[in-house]
Write a protein that binds this ligand. Structure first.
Ligand code: N01
Length: 551
């Protein structure tokens, strides 16, 4: 049986109807939650919508899918044995290997007994009299829990735009975030790829190697840095494993939870020649460390322009057709303010005779027809369409569940004008409902595993403290939430990020409020804030006595 398909209900844990904590999702966040909370002796269960564990890495199986944070860093640090024993085969691991790792974690820490697979949570209703959540899943099962933790991921609600005629298409369609489990053969086929975000940028070069022809429909060009991926060397692995304890701890206090050499000076402090050398070195090393070439690339437009100019020059060098290169050069937003992409041969793919680029910025896709894509009055006949069109990021997975808090308030309604949280951990009016890497926390601006571990540890420590003090109800105050929302906004608007129409701003979903969703104050500063809140008696939260939380 393939690892990712294991459905193991061997223990009574998955049968219990009244529990302490229900975890929604069994990706990396859900797995670590189950480990920490079960170790505390709490009665836990998880409902997982997928047929296996792994979250993002269970769903995103498109060709070329891999992580753009190095595996030695994009991995759990909570267990010394785990981090010493597990071996990564490449610097940047591909999806199958990361999924194997998630399955290994589930087995190694005996977590499957808590997880019900193929169970999507549809409704969660807070009963004020008993201070309990009633949670209903797609399997028809209802569980009553003191606490609910939404470990539903930031990029888990895929989105296909509402193109007219989409239902008439006679070929195959795919969304990168919900890719089939069996291999998809593109040999000899004409493929349309819609979108040029991180997913498309990884998928296009791989699909182009198989397909007869690939037509890429691009609305906004992206800045992308070569990954320079390669096999893991014994020396590199040993260097990391010897230093793991110190390196992990250092990463927890950095700006985005990733260790790389931040050049702590302004781009404008260097001469143009020095800058060119610095950027060239980073381009040669590859990966997101390019954005750490100077300390003000996210803050100062003039500094940012120097990095953006460098990348545009590289695109013009790589892409042979001048007109295609110009279309692929991002020009109207600062580099890094849409998620920087990391690629293997993306720009070079446009030198292939079987890859074409269609600009849909000025003339949008008019329709999907039975035979293909219609744009600019022209019909592009294709056999397959790959929608690499992204996600309802950060809020989508939360608001699509019918979450009903105090006084019948629905979460989606409360967040109609944008998400409101305290620390990205909880939202007022929804007692005992936690979020992992929720809006208002560093989340997608960080190494997700570092942020997941920090949130899980904070929540586990909080629940342990509540149990010690015989408390069973926690909720942020409206004032604390108001102040945090204002702070998240204020910090974001000190940067260049709001200048781009990005999914960070909700701009990819028609009608979604334009609010900067993650917290950009930095992983280290944010961790300190969370620790201070806890040390000050959970400042900004109201805690009330327990009803009957299990001991
Ligand atoms: O999604 P996206 P993604 N007509 O939203 C286009 C993470 N990730 O799945 O930019 C035409 O970035 C849209 O155009 P525009 C990473 O955080 C990580 O690629 O809105 N085009 C855009 O080009 C990433 O940022 C990894 O103008 C339309 C594309 O579709 C996040 O996931 C790998 C359109 C969507 O790009 C999301 O990436 C993959 C329309 N109507 C993903 N609507 C790694 O670790 C949308 N588009 C490497």
């Amino acid at each position: 049986m393939p690892l990712d398909n294991q459905s193991d209900n061997r223990s009574s844990a998955t049968q219990a109807k009244e529990i302490d904590v229900l975890v929604v999702g069994a990706g990396f966040a859900g797995l670590y939650l189950l480990h920490r909370l079960s170790k505390l002796g709490l009665a836990v269960r998880a409902f997982e919508a997928g047929g296996g564990v792994g979250g993002t890495w269970y769903w995103n199986r498109y060709p070329g899918a891999r992580c753009d944070v190095e595996s030695m860093q994009y991995s759990f640090g909570f267990s010394e044995e785990l981090q010493q024993n597990w071996q990564w085969s490449e610097l940047f691991s591909a999806q199958p290997e990361i999924l194997s790792y998630a399955n290994h974690v589930a087995d190694r820490f005996d977590l499957r007994r808590f997880i019900t697979l193929n169970a999507r949570v549809n409704t969660a209703i807070f009963d004020e009299a008993s201070a309990r959540w009633r949670v209903h899943s797609s399997t028809g099962e209802t569980v009553v829990a003191c606490y609910v933790v939404m470990a539903t991921g930031c990029l888990s609600t895929g989105r296909v735009p509402d193109f007219p005629g989409i239902e008439t298409f006679e070929g195959r369609t795919f969304h990168t975030g919900e890719w089939p489990h069996e291999p998809v053969d593109f040999a000899g086929r004409r493929v349309a790829v819609i979108g040029t975000g991180s997913s498309a940028i990884q998928a296009i070069p791989v699909i182009a190697e198989q397909a007869a022809h690939v037509t890429v429909f691009q609305r906004t060009p992206n800045y992308s840095i070569p990954s320079r991926n390669g096999p893991m060397t014994c020396e590199y692995e040993t260097e990391w494993k010897t230093e793991y304890a110190v390196r992990r701890e250092t990463a927890r206090h950095t700006r985005n939870g990733i260790l790389y050499d931040l050049n702590d000076k302004s781009a404008l402090d260097d001469t143009p020649e020095q800058r060119e050398r610095t950027y060239a070195e980073r381009w040669q090393k590859g990966g997101v460390r390019f954005m750490a070439a100077y300390n003000d690339l996210a803050l100062n437009q003039a500094s940012n322009d120097t990095a953006a100019d460098f990348v545009r020059a590289r695109i013009r060098e790589i892409v042979k057709d001048w007109a295609v290169a110009e279309l692929l050069c991002p020009k109207d937003y600062p580099i890094g303010t849409k998620r920087i992409c990391v690629d293997t041969n993306f720009f070079a793919a446009f030198n292939r005779p079987n890859v074409g680029l269609v600009d849909v910025r000025n003339e949008a896709i008019q329709a999907i027809t039975p035979a293909g894509v219609r744009q600019g009055g022209r019909d592009y006949a294709v056999d397959d369409i790959v929608f690499a069109t992204g996600f309802d990021a950060m809020t989508g997975a939360l608001t699509r569940v019918d979450i009903c808090g105090r006084n019948g308030q629905i979460l989606a309604a409360k967040w109609e004008a944008g998400p409101r949280t305290y620390l990205g951990l909880m939202t007022a009016g929804f007692p005992n409902l936690f979020m992992i890497t929720g809006p208002g926390s560093p989340s997608v601006l960080s190494n997700m595993i570092v942020s997941i571990e920090q949130h899980v540890d904070w929540i586990a420590d909080c629940l342990a403290e509540m149990r010690k003090r015989d408390l069973g109800c926690i909720e942020p105050t409206a004032e604390a939430e108001e102040a945090w929302v204002a702070h998240v906004n204020e910090v974001a608007h000190r940067t260049l990020y709001p200048k781009a129409a990005s999914w960070y701003m909700g701009a990819n979903i028609p009608g979604k409020p334009r609010v900067f969703l993650p917290y950009i104050g930095g992983v280290g500063a944010y961790r300190q804030k969370c620790d201070d809140v806890a040390a000050n008696g959970y400042e900004g939260f109201v805690m009330a006595p327990a009803v009957t939380m299990a001991k």
